[in-house]
Design a protein around this ligand. Structure first.
Ligand code: PMP
Length: 357
């Protein structure tokens, strides 16, 4: 009689202990939980996309180096094509970086709270995570961070700039000090660059250990899964050895290229999101029992005097989905709302006002 293996015993210990990334599957009318762009594309651009998709030869493998898409990004950001790598979302690029630089037991350093995938991917690759809590203003405590670099000698550092979920951009001088002192890979994740317009791109030539990450997800293409990184030639050469040859699919490359060639449409939406963000912050400031934190992104983190879980449920019962951070000790009673359309934001403000009393 054959003995069936116990699958759990076959799973890597580090994976067995892993908590998966939390994606809420709660049905809702107003979806404000995932930093998506709430606007649709104009009909004329949709027609161009349909024409483009018709041309894609899906019986063929995609262009392995995504030349056209990289060419468009290259002229947008003024970085040579060879210094750019496209990923299946920037999530995949985080994994690629850790796969390339992290050996079993190496340390990965980042502040907390921050984007949870830095920790989840590190652990899945049997890397040790080291965290430094942000201070009460969600700022990076530089001395502690530098001390940790010296003591624990991380292989990779992640800095989300601006930071998810707090919404602020850390002090630029502090990050420059980290770049000067860190003898390891420093990833500056500029996922929200389009809303902050702050970048470390000018430092790419000076710091050979710097990788800048960007994504198209927040500006209207979350469903396409397109992210990109920019780094020195040597880093790109090593990353490309590990990158799966067809990691970016042909349909996404085609659609992202068309949308970026018509960037003016997206730009209008970004401007609208930024101005709605300011209106939303002002609205939240005016509600007793809520403290919104400043934001340079397309979302706002806020703290409730009332139990955060209860406020989350009341919003959800009215069909409005935001992100709840109930299980994170640094984010007690904090909720994160993504900037929606004018109408969605009005509805959110209306319901939250009633939910916190
Ligand atoms: N970095 C940060 C800081 C993020 O907030 C996110 C999305 N939540 C990502 C990376 C991943 O983006 P994507 O994989 O959609 O490109």
């Amino acid at each position: 009689m054959s003995k069936l293996p116990n699958i759990i015993n076959l799973v890597k210990k580090d994976v067995r202990e892993l908590k998966p990334y939390q994606v809420e599957n709660i049905p809702c009318r107003v979806k404000l939980d995932a930093m998506e762009n709430p606007y649709h594309l104009p009909e004329s651009l949709m027609m161009k996309i349909l024409e483009g998709v018709k041309r894609v030869e899906i019986n063929r493998y995609p262009d392995s180096i995504a030349s056209r898409l990289k060419g468009i990004i290259s002229s947008d950001v003024n970085v040579p094509i060879d210094n750019i790598i496209i990923g299946n979302g920037s999530d995949e690029l985080i994994q690629l970086i850790l796969n390339t630089f992290g050996e079993n037991g190496d340390r990965v350093l980042f502040p907390t709270p921050t984007f949870s995938m830095y920790g989840i991917i590190s652990k899945s690759l049997s890397l040790k995570t080291e965290v430094i809590p942000l201070d009460e203003n969600w700022e990076l405590p530089l001395d502690k961070f530098l001390h940790k670099i010296e003591k624990n000698k991380p292989k990779v550092i992640f800095i989300s700039f601006p930071n998810n979920p707090t919404g602020n951009s850390f002090d630029r001088e502090s990050i420059i000090k980290i770049l000067q002192k860190a003898p390891c890979i420093v990833v500056i994740d500029e996922a929200y660059y389009d809303f902050s317009r702050k970048t470390f791109l000018p430092y790419l030539k000076e710091y050979k250990n710097l990788i800048i990450l960007r994504t198209l997800s927040k500006i209207g293409m979350a469903g396409l899964r397109v992210g990109y990184l920019m780094a020195d030639n040597e880093i790109c050469r090593e990353l490309n050895k590990v990158r799966l040859p067809y990691n970016s699919n042909a349909v996404s490359q085609e659609i992202a290229s068309i949308i970026l060639e018509n960037r003016v449409e997206i730009q209008k939406q970004i401007e609208a999101i930024i101005s709605e963000r300011e209106r939303l912050i002002d609205g939240l400031k005016g509600i007793k029992g809520i403290k919104p934190f400043p934001s340079e992104t397309n979302f706002i983190l806020f703290k409730t005097v009332k139990d955060g879980k209860e406020v989350f449920s009341r919003l959800a019962n009215s069909g409005i989905l935001v992100r709840n951070f109930g299980s994170d000790s640094y984010l007690k009673d904090c909720l994160r709302v993504t900037v929606g359309t004018h109408e969605e934001n009005n509805e959110f403000l209306d319901v939250i006002q009633k939910s916190v009393v």
